[in-house]
Design a protein around this ligand. Structure first.
Ligand SMILES: C[S@@+](CC[C@H](N)C(=O)[O-])C[C@H]1O[C@@H](n2cnc3c(N)ncnc32)[C@H](O)[C@@H]1O
Length: 296
């Protein structure tokens, strides 16, 4: 369902257990690229555990998005494919010809090639796109590593063919640098973020004027603004897609930005009385942020 968030706000549920951290602003592109080139691959392999729990729902979401927006099925470039190559290996529709993965981190590329020997993977950066007349550029939770989305979207806009598409799906918590730099550009100098005590690639909430705001909501605005800044790109969609299914159990199951909770009936009752929570029992809700742009 388009524009829909999961019924239970996972951030509110987790808020009491989150810790505050301060970050400093880094706007130096070379420094950020150097960071990602050398980042341990545990960061991207770590996403797999929760994705595997809801993989069939994620596959259905991608199929629905491709179908609904009539996205290209040939000659697609994916940026920031990570160490698992999860998008190409499992999530994209199967009937696509010529999918090229481009990744900045050589260790991630080596692991990805080991796992997916038939995949087409090269080293490169979305900050310096060498390709022209591309039918579609895409990324799975990867442009959230950009220090300046205005620059990255300019690269995408230049590389796409006329009528070509950009699709970005964010299914994990966005990188703090992208969010922090966007807030700074907007004149909001909040540097406090809230996340679990062991940070696994990204905090969940930014504290703005004392209020917790999901980083994924800020990333959504950041990517939307960067696309709108390109005169030859139309922003087609920038919203949450939640797949609602039956899980056939006495639980409510939710996946939101790689946070996975399976809440048993007795815990669910603490969220409200049986009439309120009754419709959640036996339900699975899987949510991603999908951003689609089309070149004029
Ligand atoms: C959050 S991870 C997501 C990985 C993978 N798409 C996934 O969802 O499992 C972001 C990935 O983008 C890569 N990356 C960071 N900056 C990049 C750049 N400028 N160009 C290409 N890839 C980049 C990182 O090395 C990392 O593998």
């Amino acid at each position: 369902m388009k524009g829909v968030r999961p019924s239970i706000d996972v951030y509110k549920v987790l808020l009491p257990s989150l810790e505050a951290r301060e970050y400093s602003l880094v706007e130096d592109r070379e420094a950020i690229e150097r960071h990602y080139r050398g980042e341990p691959i545990s960061c991207t392999t770590g996403f797999e555990r929760n994705r595997e729990r809801v993989r069939s729902s994620l596959v259905n979401l991608f199929d629905d998005i491709w179908e609904e927006y009539g996205l290209p099925r040939e000659n697609i470039i994916e940026y920031g494919s990570g160490a698992t190559g999860y998008y190409d290996a499992f999530l994209r529709p199967r009937n696509i010809k010529n999918w090229l993965q481009i990744e900045i981190n050589p260790t991630a590329i080596a692991e990805n090639r080991r796992r997916n020997p038939r995949a087409n993977i090269v080293e490169g950066s979305y900050n310096d796109i060498q390709y022209k007349n591309v039918p579609m550029i895409t990324g799975l939770s990867s442009f959230d590593t950009s220090e300046n989305l205005y620059h990255a979207m300019n690269q995408v806009a230049t590389a796409l063919e006329s009528g070509g598409y950009f699709l970005h799906v964010q299914d994990v918590r966005p990188g703090v640098t992208t969010v922090l730099n966007y807030l700074h550009k907007k004149g909001i100098n909040s540097k406090t973020f809230l996340g679990p005590s062991k940070v696994v690639c990204g905090d969940m909430l930014a504290v703005i004027n004392g209020n917790p705001v999901p980083t994924v909501d800020i990333f959504r605005d950041a990517l939307g603004d960067a696309i709108k800044s390109q005169p030859n790109l139309d922003l087609v969609e920038n919203t949450y897609f939640t797949l609602i299914e039956s899980n056939g159990k006495l639980t409510y199951e939710v996946y939101d930005a790689n946070v996975y909770l399976e809440i048993p009936l007795h815990n669910l009752l603490s969220f409200g009385d049986i009439d309120e929570v009754g419709h959640l029992i036996g339900r699975r809700e899987v949510c991603v942020l999908a951003t689609i742009a089309r070149k004029k």
